[in-house]
Design a binder for this molecule. Structure first.
Ligand code: CUA
Length: 382
């Protein structure tokens, strides 16, 4: 399955829509480098021989510059460097501007494993199953240090940064099994922090989804945390009467803050509002929300974000059924047996590194929101 199908030895397969663009740019850079390296070295040898010392203390002819030559060797490098810049910009914009219809998968890095969570509730460790020919978006964060997702066959990689979400997307072009690496040194077992991406035909992928135990979907887990485990809903009510702002419909919209700033309610905003609530107070509300730092894991935060997002994407989101966020192509008629609550939903066999904090069972979570955090210190002055 891993036979090399490119014409260049040692190169990984080209298995995404980006691959040929990235390779072409790369070969272009190599060609330019080779051209100048060979040209300069050849000229060096030619000149050392042609202008070797033939007569002691000879003086060379004086040269007073040449407008034509100088213009030539200014313009040509300028044009070459602009082609490099433009080629790089095109590849970059393609890769880092995520299309809206991409299927979202949550990724949490952790020393030393990758955890993947599908919208339909399937969870995997160090393995990622995706359908061929479909845009896939990874929303990524880490529980500890900096990691970096790298999938060479897709020609994509991106840092996974503590305290924020990064996203990449890709569309696999042929079924197969491709290496997944951590590409940022992250400690002792960094080299072991990898796995496989399985690209499957849509039908096989649907089979895989239906044949895999799916736990709570991220939206369901988030709703559970929001309403029961963390008690967010006691302040953030469905109407405007709560002590905290209503969250339905905010996702993707601009929020006016007490500081006068306006921010867009994206994933990072929601995450920050849970962990550092006093830094971005919504206009008209008091800085009374306690921080949930240390009480929620990154996976739980991802679920909360997914839930709050779902409140904006469909009005009935509060009913939180697993079908409500099924962003797979309509052909996915899987029968998800949502085994509510049980956390036996790790798909991959390699759970031997002690993944104890499964979704939804946070032992030290929900003490009643008692201690108010000191109010506006550093509030919204960014
Ligand atoms: Cu994670 Cu290197």
């Amino acid at each position: 399955m891993q036979q090399n199908s490119t014409w260049v030895p040692l190169f990984p397969e080209q298995a995404s829509t980006f691959a040929s663009d990235v390779d072409n740019l790369y070969f272009y850079l190599i060609a330019i480098s080779a051209f100048f390296t060979i040209g300069i070295v050849a000229a060096l040898f030619y000149f050392t021989i042609r202008y070797r010392e033939r007569e002691k203390y000879a003086t060379g002819a004086e040269i007073h510059g040449s407008i034509g030559l100088e213009t030539f060797w200014s313009i040509v490098p300028f044009i070459i460097s602009m082609t490099i810049f433009l080629g790089g910009a095109v590849v970059y914009y393609n890769q880092y501007r995520v299309p809206a219809d991409a299927m979202e998968i949550y990724v949490v890095g952790k020393q030393w494993m990758w955890k993947f969570q599908h919208q339909t509730g399937q969870r995997e460790i160090n393995e990622l199953h995706i359908p061929v020919g479909q845009k896939v978006k990874l929303t990524m964060t880490t529980e500890d240090v900096l990691h970096d997702v790298s999938i060479p066959a897709f020609r994509t990689k991106a840092d996974v940064v503590p305290g924020r979400y990064t996203t990449i997307w890709f569309e696999a072009t042929k079924p197969g099994k491709y290496h997944l690496y951590c590409a940022e040194y992250c400690g002792l077992n960094h080299s072991g922090m990898g796995g496989w991406v399985y690209v499957m035909e849509q039908r096989d992928f649907d089979n895989w989804l239906s044949g895999t135990v799916s736990g709570q979907t991220p939206v369901e887990a988030g709703k559970d945390l929001f309403e029961n485990k963390l008690g967010c809903s006691s302040c953030h009510q469905q109407n405007d009467q709560g002590r905290g702002p209503k969250l339905a419909g905010i996702y993707g919209k601009d929020q006016k803050l007490a500081s006068g700033q306006t921010v867009t309610a994206n994933d990072d905003y929601i995450r920050n509002s849970i962990l550092n609530p006093t830094t971005q107070i919504v206009e008209g509300y008091q800085p009374i929300m306690p921080t949930f730092k240390g009480q929620v894991t990154e996976e739980q935060l991802v679920s909360l974000v997914a839930y709050i997002k779902s409140l904006s994407t469909n009005a009935a989101g509060a009913s939180g059924s697993s079908t409500s966020t099924n962003s797979m192509s309509g052909s996915a008629n899987q029968t998800n047996t949502t085994s509510g609550g049980s956390n036996t939903n790790l798909v991959a066999p390699r759970a031997d590194r002690g993944d104890s904090n499964s979704q939804g069972s946070n032992p030290n979570a929900p003490k009643q929101n008692s201690e108010p955090t000191n109010s506006n210190k550093g509030g919204g002055n960014r």
